[in-house]
Ligand binder design. Structure first.
Ligand SMILES: [Zn+2]
Length: 108
């Protein structure tokens, strides 16, 4: 069974480093694991469906090295998505947490 959380260490616990965007539907941020220090690019998108009270939440994580995290955290704007077009990442949605590569479908 797929893990429900990021896989940087045994006991991941993510804290905010930088928030680029925060709306009712999207959060784009850099987060850091308190346990192991690993940095993660994070994009959460929620979509509500008009037919009912149903909604859908997708979260995309891309692991960042510390230099990259520092550069991105100092930038005033969110990184271009193209930066991650060939990168391995993790996608959490109604199917659980799965490894992906590149930009997840929910952002296309
Ligand atoms: Zn960790």
């Amino acid at each position: 069974m797929a893990s429900e959380y990021v896989d940087c260490c045994e006991n991941p616990s993510l804290e905010k480093v930088k928030v680029f965007l925060s709306t009712d539907y999207d959060i784009v941020a850099i987060r850091r694991c308190r346990s192991c220090g690993c940095y993660w690019y994070y994009w959460m998108k929620e979509r509500t469906f008009s037919d009912a009270d149903t909604y859908d939440r997708s979260i995309w994580y891309v692991r960042l090295n510390p230099e990259e995290a520092n550069v991105l955290a100092d930038a005033s704007a969110a990184p271009e998505l193209s930066l991650f077009k060939d990168r391995p990442g993790l996608l959490k949605d109604s199917d659980g947490m799965n490894a992906i590569r590149g930009i997840p479908r929910f952002l296309e």
